[in-house]
Design a protein around this ligand. Structure first.
Ligand SMILES: O=P(O)(O)OC[C@H]1O[C@H](OP(=O)(O)OP(=O)(O)O)[C@H](O)[C@@H]1O
Length: 356
């Protein structure tokens, strides 16, 4: 017989200061679910599997609380190197410990590695590192001898997270650029690859029937098609090809109907915006009824998001997630709309707990 939540020790959720808003969201969501509640048993991967899993939801009793704690002091020495202190670190002993991080710039990586290498050593029962955006993801392959696959280097650094009493640390990442990157990690850790696509699917289900009936999903290149096409089975697809020529991205339609269709372009991430802008332009030229976009990771270096608010191309809606902290600010400007990963992460945490 399970004990009541009052005598179960909660999981501790720490975070990098840049992720505090998201951490609060996750803790609230997990606590709200911490009673008899419905949660999907399977992370949905397509509109249809989502519908199925929603139908298959069953009543489960939750015993796990997630407590958001802000006890890390993130100071710096005068030379710029981190001066870190985890207050009451002994409370990690015997607890499930979660750290929500963000590697949105190289300057914040070392301080977070220092924390996540330490936490398991303080006798955490289990350790999960939630890293929504795996930043070096597009530098994962070598075309020419001499290129450095920095995705591999970052995976090696993360693979050094120590194990806990319950086994290897888990690293939770969303929409990694290429699935083979999971094999860049050593067996010392368990990479868990999640997707933000179910958040978009929920949006689609809330659209008017006439829009849903005329909806097509466009992929700006073969990479996006391979990664996401199976998640949108049942929707007509438009496959584009992309040629990179220096700073130029030349996008053309390879197959699929555009005339009179409401189109959502899907990609894992956006940097300069060149891929998406050229894809949107070609769809508009081929008389799509409306053109929208979704990317999980709104990287947008050098304020390149302004290309979508100041006229390079006009999209109806551009959904982004908060995998990168500045997305919350960007989403205040139409056509951007934020789909927070908070719900997806809390569901992920709760379903892990069910399986443990
Ligand atoms: O906003 P941009 O500057 O255009 O960059 C974003 C694009 O870069 C990445 O793909 P990549 O070109 O590496 O191709 P791949 O998906 O085939 O690996 C990513 O998947 C986007 O499509």
């Amino acid at each position: 017989m399970a004990s009541s939540s009052s005598n179960v020790r909660s999981a501790l959720l720490f975070c990098h200061p840049s992720m505090e808003g998201l951490a609060e969201h996750i803790a609230k969501k997990c606590c709200a679910a911490n009673s008899e509640t419905f949660i999907p048993l399977v992370t949905p991967v397509s509109p249809f599997s989502f519908a199925e899993s929603a139908a298959e939801q069953r009543r489960v009793k939750k015993f796990q609380q997630v407590q958001f704690v802000k006890t890390i002091q993130w100071d710096k020495f005068k030379d710029g190197w981190p001066n870190l202190f985890i207050d009451k670190v002994r409370e990690c002993a015997g607890r499930d410990v979660i750290f929500l991080g963000s590697f949105h710039s190289p300057e914040v990586v070392f301080e977070q590695l220092s924390i996540i290498y330490h936490m398991p050593r303080y006798l955490a029962r289990s350790f999960k590192f939630i890293l929504p955006y795996f930043p070096t993801g597009t530098m994962e392959r070598i075309d020419t001898e001499g290129q450095v696959a920095t995705a591999k280097v970052l995976a090696m650094l993360l693979s050094a997270i120590p194990s806990t009493a319950r086994g290897p640390a888990q690293i939770v990442m969303f929409d990694i650029h290429a699935l083979p990157e999971r094999f860049y990690f050593s067996d010392q850790v368990i990479p868990r690859l999640e997707s933000a696509i179910p958040l978009l699917v929920k949006e689609i289900f809330n659209m008017p029937d006439d829009v849903q009936a005329n909806l097509s999903v466009a992929y700006p290149d073969e990479g996006a098609f391979k990664r996401f096409n199976h998640m949108f089975e049942g929707f007509p697809s438009i496959l584009c090809t992309k040629i990179r020529d220096g700073d130029q991205r030349i996008v053309s339609i390879k197959e699929g109907e555009t005339f009179g269709r409401h189109v959502i372009i899907i990609d894992d991430l956006i940097q300069t915006g060149g891929t998406l802008i050229n894809c949107a332009k070609v769809l508009q030229k081929h008389r799509a009824l409306s053109v929208n976009a979704f990317v999980t990771h709104a990287v947008f270096p050098e304020h390149s998001w302004k290309r979508f608010t100041e006229g390079d191309v006009k999209l109806d809606t551009f959904w982004i997630t908060d995998s990168i902290p500045h997305a919350k600010h960007i989403a205040q400007h139409p056509p951007f709309k934020l789909l927070s990963l908070g719900d997806a992460i809390s569901e992920t945490l709760l379903s892990y707990d069910l399986k443990e």
